[in-house]
Design a protein around this ligand. Sequence first.
Ligand SMILES: [Zn+2]
Length: 119
Amino acid sequence: MPDLPRILCQRPRKQSNGGSATLRDHSSAYRRLCATLIDDEPLCRYCRSEGRISPATLIDHIVALSVGGSNDRSNLAPACAYCNAAKAIVEQRFVARGYEVRDVMLEPELAGWIKKAQT
Ligand SMILES: [Zn+2]
């Protein structure tokens, strides 16, 4: 058997136990809920709050799981990929600065995103 490149011989890395990926709900009930939310509200809520019309292509956690949000329906908003990515950058900055979860509304940019989803 020929020598395999070293990368192919390595065992796959285990997923870490932290981060939002482990907090995310992967159940079929959650997937159905997301599909229902997009059916009921097919436009990006964040864009709509600023008068733009963009199709929602995914479901965003209004308060990100990484900053203490939940998978509850009240914390979910249909969003476009652009808004989801832009908001994620703000959330990552929030986490990197070491803010406490309870301070989520004290960070003006993040609070702005959350308020847009709640309108
Ligand atoms: Zn949007």
